[in-house]
Every structure is written in C-alpha cells, then in structure tokens.
Design a protein. Structure first.
Length: 211
C-alpha cells in the first residue's frame, strides 16, 4: 500500500512531522494499528538500523529517524493495547548512576520498539537500587545498562550485585554497552552480553530471549 511506503519513507527521511501526519491519516482510514506498525514504522526503522550498522548513517541522522519513529509509535500505542498485540519480550533500559548521556540508549529503545519489544526507559543517572525497584515492578526479561564515562562503569557491577541480592538475577538477562565498556568488562561483572553499538541491540535481545 502506498501509505505504508510513505510512512516508511518518512522514518528514513527523518521527518517527524510527516510521520505523525501519515500515521494519523492511516488511523483515520481505519487501517489496523499492527499493519501501520509493521508495514510502515518498523519497515522504516529497520532500514535505518541496517544503514547505521553498515556505517552509512551517523548518530544525528539515526536520532532524527528515531524521533520520527517515536512520534508514530506514540500515536498507535493506545490502539495497540486495544488489540491482541503481544510484545515479544519486555526490556528495561537506562544510563547508570552518574551518567546523563542518553543518545545511544534512545536509539536502542527505538530499534527495539520497532522490532516488537516492550521497552521501559528508566532514564539517566539510574542508581542500582532504582534498577532493582523497577525490575521488581516491571518484571523485565532484559535489563540494559549504558555508560559513557569510565567513572560510572562500577555502577554496572553494583547493579548486577544488587539484582543478585534481591533474588532477581536468575530471571533477568543483563546487557551492558557504551563507549567505555568492553566485552571483557561485561564478562568480568557477570553480564550476559555486551553491545558494541545500538545496531547490535535487536540481535542480542533476540538471542537472549530466544524469541
């Protein structure tokens, strides 16, 4: 359908206003929200993710596309809840205590939402105790933590230990990422996976949840 193509293109072209306008039109025309999501929004953000992973797009462009996706997703989200839409898995994600960077985190959220995952954004500067509190409330399958400062990396380990102490570690897979983090560090703190960049997120979550 031509409207799906236009929605997809609006995501690729980073046009937030156009994405919102087209999604509203699709809803007004009675198009099922799952079709709008899968054939329009997801189709667009998947291409953006592929181009980002292939170094064909840079962070500012991906962020703009992510904003366009988020605009459309927010419009159909209430309608999705009225259908039989079931998220593939639930993900809790945030930047660790002491770190206020959120660009990478926000891109990951959009890519995961675009691939059918329910994502709760804990925000930035999230303490280990807050992660535990949210994990107890939300019961996520995955906890993702981001850090861009070497001075905040230790908070990732503190969070893993806090999850263990709360008896939650066995039911939650932990992913860590950020420019200061490495696969070696992830193994050192007993995380389940390390994401080198936002483009890896979907594949990692899929592998960890086997969904």
């Amino acid at each position: 359908m031509e409207l799906f193509e236009k929605i997809k293109d609006s995501i690729i072209e980073m046009d937030e206003d156009k994405a919102g306008e087209l999604v509203r039109k699709a809803l007004a025309d009675g198009i099922p929200p799952m079709d709008i999501l899968g054939k329009g929004l997801v189709a667009g953000i998947e291409i953006v993710g592929e181009r980002f992973k292939a170094d064909e797009l840079f962070l500012p462009e991906v962020m703009a596309s992510a904003k366009a996706f988020k605009k459309g997703f927010e419009l159909i989200s209430p309608r999705l809840k009225e259908t039989n839409y079931t998220p593939r898995a639930r993900v809790l994600i945030g930047s660790v205590e002491g770190d206020i960077h959120d660009i990478g985190k926000n891109i990951v959220i959009s890519l995961l939402q675009g691939n059918g995952y329910e994502v709760y954004d804990a925000g930035v500067d999230v303490s280990p105790s807050k992660f535990v509190e949210l994990a107890q409330q939300l019961k996520p399958n995955i906890l993702g933590m981001s850090a861009l400062l070497t001075t905040t990396m230790a908070k990732m380990q503190d969070t893993v230990k806090s999850l263990e102490e709360a008896g939650l570690r066995g039911s939650i897979k932990v992913i860590v990422g950020g420019s200061c983090v490495s696969a070696e560090f992830a193994a050192q703190i007993s995380a389940d996976a390390y994401g080198e960049n936002a483009g890896d997120a979907v594949g990692i979550v899929k592998n960890l949840t086997s969904i």
